[in-house]
Ligand binder design. Structure first.
Ligand code: UD1
Length: 431
């Protein structure tokens, strides 16, 4: 996030007056997690690329600045990004930019594959966990790169990457994407086994294929990449954001509303819609990329365990937990993907939720109502979960920590306001 935008996010709060049912339609934006990796993927190409359906987010601005520092020429108009990576001028990603955006580590695979060298600072941990990158590094070494870490920077060299059979110890989304990008320009065939199956991995494969890469099996546990010497220009439409869609499903559910999400791929939300149905909501996909949620009155508790796709997404754990605070009966939520992703719990408790945590397990006893309170978001999805809880709480909730929210949601309060929510962004007193 640039300094003025960051200052604005840090010096404002969201005020939400709960209890108003939502109604109408909301258009879901392109996927943040896809857009970020596709932008890095454009580094593979020696011709201009165009990305469409790019969400308007602070993280996209951050990635734009990193790519510009490497020599990519970028033009942005509404939801389109034109990237011209023809003449790269640097293979060193600057620490001051990388440290602000973990996803910038994605530059390592494409830079190494195309330029034979990449120097990218370690992305470091964040509020939700340590987030190491040893699976990425081990895979790059198996592709024939020399990789070492010095003074916090990952140095990678390879005059020509060579295809290899790589087993990922864990189906890491980032490692699968890094290795897939690196392998597109490697000599020979690469097989990624135990690969991540997330829709964003499929989107990256489709994007690379639209530039001439030879990739099969994306979306399954085994991805095969046959290296090609170079990639050509493309014009590519980014997949809808399943996590933003899930967020609006929770907003509709917690307020017991009837709303329609437009521009979604309902199959990407199967684990989430299955749980919503189980606890008492009606979900109706339509033929035109729409998904309607309707309430049947009360909702019950359930058990959730976060897992790699197609399991329940960790990115929607905090949001579903917000819904479960108001369920009839008790629930158990187990976070297995990240070691520290329950930062929303104390804030939900401040709003009157009954949640007990032991290790990575939260036990939630449904309460009849939540009360508005001043709360602070600790990470992106935790902040969104507080906003969802606030929509159903009695009175006013004031949410700070908007620098997290603004990283990942395009026009968040406007979209909710268009659905009828009472929500305002206001400057803090100090600002
Ligand atoms: C991506 C998403 C993030 C989502 C996550 C899991 C992007 C930009 N971010 O993050 O929103 O929450 O997938 O769906 O796409 N791990 C290791 N070693 C490694 C790599 C990962 O131990 O080398 C661990 C991580 O610390 C974490 C788990 O594996 O505990 C999952 O991480 P991973 O799938 O890599 O998530 P990201 O790609 O970082």
């Amino acid at each position: 996030m640039d300094q003025p935008a960051l200052a604005k996010s840090q010096s404002s709060i969201l005020e939400i007056w709960g209890g108003t049912p939502l109604e109408g339609k909301v258009k879901i934006s392109g996927a943040k997690n896809s857009a970020l990796v596709l932008m890095a993927g454009a580094l593979l190409c020696s011709e201009p690329c165009r990305l469409q359906n790019v969400p308007s987010l602070a993280d996209i601005q951050g990635m734009t600045r990193i790519l510009e520092s490497l020599g990519v020429k970028i033009k942005q108009s509404i939801d389109t990004l034109e990237l011209d990576p023809t003449n790269l001028t640097s293979t060193d990603a600057p620490y001051e930019l990388v440290s602000k955006l973990r996803a910038s580590f994605f530059a390592i695979g494409p830079l190494l594959a195309r330029m034979g060298v990449a120097k990218v600072p370690l992305p470091g941990g964040c509020a939700i966990g340590a987030r190491p990158v040893e699976i990425h590094v081990r895979g790059l070494k198996q592709l024939g790169a020399q990789v070492y870490i010095e003074h916090g920077v990952v140095h990678a060299y390879a005059s020509q990457l060579k295809g290899a059979k790589i087993y990922l110890d864990y189906p890491s989304v980032g490692a699968t994407e890094t290795l897939m990008m690196a392998a597109t320009l490697a000599e020979g065939e690469t097989i990624l086994d135990n690969a991540a199956q997330e829709p964003e991995v499929i989107d990256l494969a489709n994007f690379c294929r639209s530039m001439g890469a030879k990739i099969s099996g994306a979306g399954t546990k085994t991805i095969t990449i046959s290296g090609v010497p170079n990639l050509h220009a493309t014009d590519y439409d980014i997949v809808p954001d399943r996590i933003e869609a899930g967020t609006f499903l929770m907003a509709g559910a917690i307020t017991h509303s009837d709303i329609l999400l437009e521009s979604v791929v309902p199959e990407h939300l199967s684990a989430v819609t299955a749980k919503l149905k189980e606890v008492g909501f009606q979900l109706t996909p339509d033929a035109n990329r729409g998904l309607r949620i309707q309430s049947k009155g009360v909702h019950t508790g359930t058990e959730i365990e976060t897992l790699p796709y197609p399991g329940f997404p960790t990115d929607l754990q905090s949001l579903f937990m917000a819904l479960l605070t108001l369920s009839q009966g008790s629930s158990v939520v187990t976070e297995t993907v990240f070691e520290n992703r329950l930062g929303h719990v104390p804030e939900l408790v401040r709003m009157g939720a009954d949640i007990k945590v032991k290790g990575n397990v939260a036990v939630i006893q449904g309460v009849p109502f939540l009360s508005g309170a001043p709360v602070t978001g600790t990470d992106l999805r935790a902040t969104a979960a507080l906003a969802v809880a606030a929509l159903a709480a009695n009175g006013k909730t004031s949410i700070s920590g908007l620098q997290h929210l603004d990283r990942g949601y395009a026009n968040f309060e406007q979209k909710l306001r268009d659905l009828g929510a009472r929500i305002e962004r206001v400057p803090t007193v100090e600002a």
